[in-house]
Design a protein around this ligand. Structure first.
Ligand code: EPU
Length: 427
């Protein structure tokens, strides 16, 4: 298992590229199931989750090839498609549930393993099931699998009005994909508005789908009989961009994040500016400048995670690491997932002063952290630990970084290019 060794205390300088977004690439890979024509995606990030999704789709019979350096991947889902997502793959990546909608739309049946709980919470998928049932699917849960089919004599899902009990990102994506090939019109109320939803909708429209209102809480999809091939570039990863913004804020420095987009990160950028970080839009993307380590001059910020356009839960651990080394106290409230504070005890091993009380974490800024061995527990928690390691005195060893590799494209290579003292050690 690989580890990261970080010797903290260096500021970050230079320019790096922000990769394509994991959480856009994964649904977009699934969307290629919706046509028997070839589809090309570019700017696909090099991630473990992308490799897992590739295996899942190849397992269904799809032909997938990679092209060149720029994250090009082509997908060809010729018949017959084997509409199954087995537990062995789903258990390593919950996003596999994104295959359910497209498989039902394409094949009229699907057998997708239930994902089960994960490190950050129970994460049930009953909304996905309810929504697809509203579109006419018959779904039974058998031996840990969602077994879905269309009623006798029916070849397509039917348009429906779907109002989910809560806002769900992958749920909205499943409905968007399924509804694109359904008979009639689907209206999604309470839809997620994340930029990844908009990017998926843009791709589906390129494939011939008729979608309106993506990026708002109400999306209307008029089903079509066929979708065709297209080429689509995956949107830049706002969470990777936000993670590097927090890293530079924590260490101090001056960095250009090429392809970074302010309009996808307003809530995080507002908090960083309030803390005292200088962030500007430049032609290449975003420039972040901070005159020294956070403990010298930044003011800790309280925040509360909510759905987009609010503060993203996927940035909570990284911003908390920054708060832990800023001046003053702050309160972090996690409203999306019930168990997303696993980084707190690891941050404490580095000297952070954080108390958890239910959904709230009280963070008392400390002058310095000191390096230690810590364990990555989930993807974004790992990124928070990397930020803490970059400012801690001495050496920090982060174990189990396969979590980080699930969602960050060569993070240590990018950090090293900016001057960080960080290396990967394989055992
Ligand atoms: N929920 C239910 N029932 C459902 C669906 C969701 O109770 O049927 C609950 C969840 O348990 C959670 C809340 O609703 O408490 C929101 O969950 P959502 O469905 O929006 O999460 P998701 O679609 O499973 C995506 C991202 C996550 C990100 C969340 C929230 C992908 C592949 N994953 O998950 O990304 O945290 O939205 O923004 O897009 C990550 O990248 O590290 C990550 C965890």
């Amino acid at each position: 298992m690989d580890k990261l060794l970080i010797r903290g205390g260096r500021s970050l300088h230079g320019a790096i590229d922000i990769s394509g977004a994991k959480n856009a690439a994964l649904p977009e890979m699934c969307a290629t199931l919706l046509t028997d024509e070839p589809v090309k995606l570019t700017n696909v990030p090099r991630l473990r989750d992308v490799a897992t999704m590739r295996r899942l789709l190849e397992n269904m019979g799809m032909t997938i090839e990679t092209h060149g350096e720029r994250g090009g991947m082509s997908f060809h889902a010729l018949d017959p498609i084997h509409p199954e997502a087995p537990y062995e793959l789903v258990k390593t990546m919950r996003a596999s549930v994104l295959a359910l909608g497209p498989l039902l739309a394409r094949c009229g049946r699907a057998r997708v393993s239930l994902p089960g709980g994960c490190a950050i919470g129970a994460r049930p998928v009953e909304q996905h099931i309810k929504g697809l049932q509203a579109m006419g699917a018959i779904i039974d849960v058998e031996q840990g699998y969602m077994v879905a089919r269309l009623p006798e004599g029916q070849s397509r899902l039917r348009g429906a009005r779907i109002t989910t009990d809560m806002i769900t990102v992958t749920g909205t994506e499943n409905f968007l994909m399924a509804a694109s090939l359904a008979e009639g019109t689907t209206v999604l109320e309470n839809a997620a508005q994340e930029p990844e939803i908009t990017d998926l909708a843009d791709m589906l429209i390129r494939m011939g789908a008729r979608i309106q209102g993506h990026g708002t809480r109400r999306i209307v999809i008029e089903g079509v009989e066929r979708l065709h091939g297209c080429e689509h570039a995956v949107v830049a990863d706002r969470i990777e961009c936000g993670t590097f913004l927090c890293a530079v804020a924590a260490t101090g420095g001056d960095v250009v994040l090429r392809h970074g987009r302010r309009d996808h990160l307003d809530a995080v950028i507002d908090k960083l500016r309030d803390a005292g970080v200088d962030i500007t839009e430049v032609p290449e993307g975003l420039r972040v400048h901070s005159s020294g380590p956070a403990w010298q001059h930044l003011k800790a910020q309280s925040f509360r995670t909510t759905e987009y356009p609010g503060f993203p839960t996927d940035m909570q651990a990284q911003f908390m690491a920054l708060d832990a080394v800023s001046q003053g106290s702050s309160m972090v409230t996690e409203t999306i997932f019930e168990n997303r504070f696993m980084h707190v005890s690891e941050l404490a091993r580095l000297g952070a002063n954080i108390q958890i009380d239910g959904k709230n974490a009280m963070v008392e800024g400390v002058g310095k952290l000191s390096g230690a061995t810590v364990m990555a527990t989930d993807l974004r928690a790992s990124a928070g630990l990397v930020i803490a390691g970059l400012v801690a005195e001495g050496q920090t060893t982060i174990d189990r970084i396969y979590h980080l590799d699930r969602g960050y494209d060569q993070m240590e290579v990018k950090l090293r290019a900016l001057g960080a003292d960080i290396e990967r050690v394989s055992e």
